[in-house]
Design a protein around this ligand. Sequence first.
Ligand code: AMP
Ligand code: MN
Length: 274
Amino acid sequence: MSDGILSPDALVARASARGITRLALTDHDDVSGLEKAGEAASAAGILFVRGVEISTGWEDHSIHVVALDIDAEHPALLSGLAAIRAGRLERAARIGRALAECGIHGALEGARAYAGNAALISRAHFARYLVEQGLFRSRQEVFAHYLAPGKPGCVPHVWADITEAIGWIRAAGGVAVLAHPGRYKLSGGEMRRLLAVFAEAGGKAIEVSSGSHTPEMARHFAFLARKFGFYASGGSDFHDPGERLELGCFPPMPEDIPPVWRLFSSADRNDTTH
Ligand code: AMP
Ligand code: MN
């Protein structure tokens, strides 16, 4: 329901066909796919974990916090997510204007057409549109030229404060997980400060084995998880059947760090299989 290609039902069907037995759906800033996905998962005998990936800000960085095993109806969480989506709409208009200043016109309308969920326009939709227009060969190329931090289409934006967002997750009974920490381009000192802020706010786990991590990053974040006492999380961060990593495929989790699902109250927290 955010920047993935498949509908919630189609995603669960793909998981089922691939023999996946436990699945979390974590749309960006939106929980509207959870009900359908949960029903489909239960019909397919898949253990379903309700989640959402919250866009937050820490200092000048945009940091994603994955919430797992949430009560997806909790008012504090829902109102926080609604505020982030409203901010996204306004940001999308600014991205459209910034691209127009670079001579790329009509990008906002184009991106909108790719956003199945009108309330959730992301840079990924702009990238898809510019590729379809033949302006670039791949979405990566669009990001490299226009949408990555420091490029004109990556407009400054105030996301939810990370500590507040972790508060919503905890209020909703969920577990806060720092998503793909290897993506943020932080110095060693900045990463340690972020992890300290994250732990202080009640964050419990970090993604170690992520589709966004190189093997070296996975080793590094396993080291930091041990050092800070975080649980380890993992996931394929699957968006698209044409993607590098297939649904459910991610490198093995570190065996000596407790996996995040031990913290779940509504799912199979005692299942230690990876
Ligand atoms: P947004 O939430 O609007 O800032 O967009 C973030 C999304 O853009 C991510 O979840 C990815 O799907 C996509 N994205 C971010 N960086 C890149 C990149 N360098 N190449 C391709 N996709 C990216
Ligand atoms: Mn995404």
